[in-house]
Design a protein around this ligand. Structure first.
Ligand SMILES: [Zn+2]
Length: 437
């Protein structure tokens, strides 16, 4: 709209100038030309990749017009970082320009609200390697009372509902509605599977958008109040490369979200409760906005002096590329080495799938926000990074793809349960312990 009125004003000025100067030949072609259709104005400092122009030239006119509208509507300035090179300059771009970055597949972290005092180099309290056990106590057999409560049918039903929202874009109404659905679903699981579990859902309100991060905190009488929390996480939002389009996000990151919900359901049904450390399940908002939601949560935790023993993050865990061996991808960059080494010791005890170590690059996912402020984090993904789902951020990221597998997601649920039981303990309970079979 702003672009349009500016153009009309320019034409009006020209018309007046022509009328007031009859001696010069009238510029009929210019004054009579109809207003041009809205055209995309790319910020002059935008870091164009060679991919951008061909993509823009192939956009259908309706999408191009909506993209123009998106850029105009989201004009608030944000500071973005495109690389972890300490010499790289931050860029100041309008919020809407993130859509252009996504179109040309440039990754970024939104660092607008960074707080220098909170960044990792000011904290040397990353968990020492000794904080994670050398040995693993449980295995698939001893965890069977919990694993038996992982139900593929329920996972399918949940993910079908989650992906039925037009998108889960964090700045849209759909993003707010999908968050409300997710919250109601977890409340329902708690109320119906084990209402006596000491579990609270705390929606974390964000600064400039309405979709909230959901934090589920689970403790028990035997957990010391000051014990560091054991975190497990995924991101609930989804986006298309063009953020106003449909984005089912079945894999990215509906799969991680489904894994978390299935983990909660199995633990509730199995009557599990933590013994030594509280557990927190984080369902982040706005990962697709440059790790925005997790960034705000991680900074708030650091500011409040909260202690975190470990964070286990899952992003895209449901796609198995044709003619590859199903495997669990363990991300090796931007993570805590001690925690990642611990997970590689743990996984063979709880899943039959091989572990493959893989890098996922800068601004890969929300674990990066916790790493940036010095909390120990790890990230798991569906396999080797180069084999990951090519349909991410498109309308084809659905659970109907032949290569999408809830059986694969189930393996990550097993690892999640193993991780929580090993690091937060398993209070078998007394006469108050409830087991729902
Ligand atoms: Zn993702």
């Amino acid at each position: 709209m702003v672009l349009m009125s500016k153009l009309v004003a320019t034409l009006a000025t020209l018309t007046v100038a022509v009328t007031a100067a009859p001696a010069s030949p009238p510029q009929v072609a210019l004054t009579l030309a109809p207003p041009a259709p809205p055209h995309l104005v790319i910020p002059p400092n935008f870091p164009r990749s060679p991919l951008l122009e061909p993509i823009l030239s192939q956009l259908d006119p309706d999408h191009a017009s909506q993209l123009t509208h998106h850029l105009t509507r989201y004009s608030d300035l944000r500071t973005l970082r495109l690389s972890d090179d300490p010499l790289a300059l931050d860029l100041v771009l309008p919020e809407g320009a993130k859509a252009l970055l996504r179109l040309q597949q440039t990754r970024f972290i939104d660092t607008t609200d960074d707080d220098w005092d909170l960044l990792a180099h000011n904290h040397n309290d990353d968990e020492p390697p000794s904080s994670y056990p050398d040995t693993v106590t449980h295995n698939a057999t001893s965890l069977a009372p919990l694993f038996n409560h992982i139900h593929l049918g329920e996972m399918h039903h949940f993910l079908a509902n989650l992906t039925s929202f037009f998108n889960r874009y964090y700045r849209s109404q759909y993003g707010l509605q999908s968050q409300q659905f997710l919250q109601a679903h977890i409340e329902h699981l708690h109320a119906t599977l084990n209402p006596r579990a000491n579990l609270t859902i705390v929606p974390f309100a964000h600064s400039t958008w309405s979709q909230r991060t959901l934090i589920v905190r689970w403790t028990s009488p035997s957990v010391p109040p000051s014990a560091p929390a054991v975190l497990i996480s995924a991101h609930q939002d989804s986006t298309n490369r063009l953020p106003f389009l449909r984005a089912p996000g079945a894999d990215d990151d509906g799969s991680g979200t489904t894994a978390l919900v299935a983990t909660l359901a199995a633990l509730l049904r199995g009557g599990w409760r933590p013994r030594t450390h509280p557990v927190e399940v984080h369902l982040f908002s706005a990962e697709e906005g440059g790790l925005l939601g997790s960034g705000e949560v991680a900074r708030a935790y650091r500011r409040e002096g909260r202690k975190v023993r470990a964070m286990y993050h899952m992003d895209v865990v449901g796609f198995v590329r044709r003619s590859t061996t199903p495997s669990i991808g363990l991300i090796t960059d931007g993570v805590s080495r001690a925690l990642t080494a611990y997970l590689s010791r743990l996984i063979p005890h709880v899943s039959a799938l091989p572990v493959v170590e893989t890098e996922c690059g800068y601004a890969c996912s929300d674990h990066g926000s916790f790493t940036r402020v010095g909390y120990p984090s790890a990230c798991l993904s569906e396999g080797r990074f180069e084999d990951s789902n090519p349909h991410m951020h498109t309308t084809q990221d659905t659970m109907d793809l032949a290569e999408f597998s809830l059986e694969h997601v189930r393996e990550f649920v097993k690892v999640a349960i193993g991780y929580l039981v090993e690091l937060a303990g398993w209070d078998e309970g007394d006469e108050l312990g409830v087991r729902v079979v």
